[in-house]
Design a protein around this ligand. Structure first.
Ligand SMILES: Nc1ncnc2c1ncn2[C@@H]1O[C@H](COP(=O)(O)OP(=O)(O)OP(=O)(O)O)[C@@H](O)[C@H]1O
Ligand SMILES: [Mg+2]
Length: 318
């Protein structure tokens, strides 16, 4: 049994050895007196070497959750958690210097579109050297600098891209550069927020396959945000489904697809066989299914997650 399967068979609460463990994470935007909640009491964890797929309608809080983990929320956000740990490190207690140090080395991020990470006025080589210089010293620095071309080859990029500026690369190439940066220092956890949503369907699949094999090679865990349920089925070990800022279902991928329990998940999964084209599945998730059947999808808005079968939790009445 792999670490991920073992984890799936246990519980939604943190387990020893989890790469990431979060209890009751709450994020709201706005002032203290006029706060709009975006993530409500999120409790979940990610095991070593596990791919955790994160799905949910637009505005359900997926990016906010990612930014909270990265501690990169904007100033108007208010974030609290009973626990948020990366391995043994308390992310809520870590100061700015500690957080800067662990980004890229222990925790990396692939954003939707790549420009947030890539500096438009720097050649790709400089971006790699900068990231390395900020986080390594001496022999280790030289060793990693010597590996840049190998890491690029691992994401199907030729060394020539090192001498180019981001605007000289296609969208897919930029995403590959971001993936190479995200895996370069072999972090424990990669957060990929819709890493391919800006690409055409063919590039999407290629880039995701590249990301997934690169992740496997370094043994990192990954939170993979994406609307495409077919791809999630293929790549994720477990899936968490968010609706209106809450997790409404978390479980092993197989259980989620074979026996979805929350009405929102059921509609998400139920829609797949009747829809031929991949884009349509993505579009359906993007729009949110509450528009299709508001009464059903929001029938149990505030119930806590309960275990419905081994490692499978849903916010439903039992
Ligand atoms: N900087 C911000 N200031 C105020 N409200 C915000 C901010 N960012 C997000 N929100 C709000 O928080 C909620 C969650 O947004 P978030 O971006 O996390 O959703 P998402 O699940 O990532 O959606 P999408 O699938 O469209 O990317 C939404 O209601 C959104 O309007
Ligand atoms: Mg988002």
């Amino acid at each position: 049994m792999s670490a991920a399967q073992l984890h799936a068979a246990t519980a939604v609460a943190p387990q020893a050895g989890d790469v990431l463990s979060i209890e009751n994470l709450r994020v709201s935007y706005g002032s203290r007196f006029n706060a709009v909640p975006a993530v409500r009491n999120a409790t979940f964890s990610v095991a070593r070497d596990e791919v955790f797929g994160l799905v949910g309608e637009s505005g359900s809080g997926k990016s906010t959750l990612s930014m909270a983990i990265l501690r990169l929320l904007p100033a108007q956000a208010h974030c609290e958690a009973d626990r948020m740990r990366l391995g043994d490190t308390d992310l809520m207690a870590a100061g700015p210097a500690a957080l800067r140090q662990l980004r890229w080395t222990r925790l990396s991020y692939i954003p939707q579109g790549s420009m947030g990470v890539l500096n438009p006025v720097m050649r790709v080589r400089e971006q790699f050297l900068d990231t390395i210089a900020d986080h390594t010293q001496g022999a280790q620095r030289r060793e990693i600098e010597g590996r840049i071309e190998t890491v690029l080859a691992g994401v199907n990029l030729r060394p020539a891209v090192l001498d180019q500026f981001p605007h000289e690369l296609s969208g897919g190439m930029k995403q590959r550069v971001c993936i190479a940066l995200a895996i370069l220092l072999e972090p424990e956890l990669i957060i990929a927020d819709e890493p391919t949503s800006a690409l055409d369907v063919v590039s999407q699949r290629q880039v995701l396959e590249t990301l997934s094999s690169a992740r496997r090679r370094i043994g990192a865990s990954m939170i993979m945000i994406g609307h495409d349920m077919a791809l999630q089925a293929q790549l994720a070990d477990r899936i968490g489904i968010m609706f209106a800022g809450r997790f409404v279902e978390i479980g092993p991928t197989r259980a989620i697809f074979e026996a979805p329990r929350h009405p929102y998940t059921q509609r998400l999964i139920g829609a797949i066989p009747s829809i031929r084209r991949r884009q349509d599945i993505g579009e359906l998730a993007r729009r949110g299914l509450e528009h299709a059947d508001g009464a059903t999808a929001s029938a149990h808005p505030d119930l806590p997650l309960r275990e419905v079968s081994a490692g499978h939790f849903a916010a439903i009445e039992l």
